[in-house]
Design a protein around this ligand. Structure first.
Ligand code: BEZ
Ligand code: FE
Length: 299
């Protein structure tokens, strides 16, 4: 280490004093027991974050504002709300990581159902419901009910996959998921459906409507600092998994929705839009949505 590294020049030339030599010193301070992947990730992280501070000549006030926003996100987060994740979402980081992961999966075999970000409103404890039943228990007056149905198949063989679990969740027309809204019953608009011997699943759900992501925390503050809106296009979330297959986390978007071009969390990709069709002769639903899923076998 250069002994001059920690010293300060009279004019406080930060770039000159704490340049690459300082960054290399911080990176090299990792001990021999650091795992290779942690070393790889943290080397790049420290390098980029130091270069970022030097590039924008980050001030103490700006750095402290960032620290306070991270702390605020932590203080707001509970098992029902993940504000740190939401902050990543509004700068596109969750979508980028999802895409990197999905591309790695796509390179290794035939095309599978496209993925999209999980988002903060999934719940692990959603109930298993019978095929043909509903997830909409407090159907709002402005809600349109759709029969959603489809087949889960193997990407390699095309064979139907029995006993695949299709985990679905969606917001109500007021823009709220049940855990955000005292007026919705527990587990309203969510449930898990198990495919039958033909790989088929079916359920009644709401035609989704656009909604704004929560704006009462640091993610909302960031959006307002960036002069951006909070809206997401109408979507339904899914996780599809089956024994012996790679699971897929995704979202499907109503092709007629607003905000497909400017989703506040950058989750829309080609191949994820779906069409709601008119459904006749069904007293439970005026709309029909077919959505088929293809899973890649685990190698
Ligand atoms: C969602 O669609 O549930 C969501 C995704 C990312 C951030 C906020 C909400
Ligand atoms: Fe959502």
């Amino acid at each position: 280490m250069n002994t001059e590294m920690g010293s300060t020049t009279q004019n406080g030339d930060a770039e000159g004093v704490l340049g690459q030599e300082f960054t290399s010193h911080v990176i090299e301070s990792m001990g021999p027991n650091t795992s290779p992947r942690t070393r790889e990730v943290m080397t790049a992280f420290i390098q980029h974050v130091h270069d970022f501070a030097r590039e924008v000549q980050l001030t103490m006030d700006e750095w402290m504002l960032g620290v306070q926003m991270i702390n605020w996100a932590g203080q707001m987060s509970t098992d029902r709300r993940n504000e740190g994740q939401l902050m990543c979402d509004v700068i596109g980081l969750e979508s980028l990581v999802d895409n990197i992961t999905y591309q790695a999966a796509a390179r290794s075999g035939k095309p599978v159902t496209a993925s999209a970000i999980l988002g903060p409103f999934w719940r692990a404890d959603a109930p298993i419901r019978p095929n043909g039943s509903t997830i909409t228990f407090n159907t709002p007056k402005d809600g349109q009910v759709a029969l959603m149905h489809g087949k889960v198949t193997c990407a390699e063989t095309g064979a139907p996959i029995a006993n695949a679990v299709v985990d679905i969740w969606q917001a109500s027309t007021n823009g709220l998921y049940e855990q955000q809204d005292d007026k919705q019953e527990e587990h309203n608009l969510r449930g898990k459906f198990v495919t039958d011997a033909n790989g088929d699943y079916s359920l009644y759900c709401l035609r989704p409507t656009p909604y704004p992501v929560p704006n009462d925390g640091p993610a909302g503050k960031l959006l307002s600092m960036l002069d951006r809106h909070e809206w997401r296009p109408a979507h339904i979330h899914l996780i599809i998994q089956a024994d012996g297959f790679k699971p897929v986390t995704t979202q499907i978007f109503d092709e007629d929705s607003k905000y497909l071009e400017d989703d506040s969390v950058f989750a829309v990709k080609s191949g994820l839009t779906v069409k709601f069709n008119e459904r006749k002769g069904d007293p439970q639903a005026t709309l029909d949505l077919e959505y088929n899923v293809t899973l890649a076998p685990k190698k």
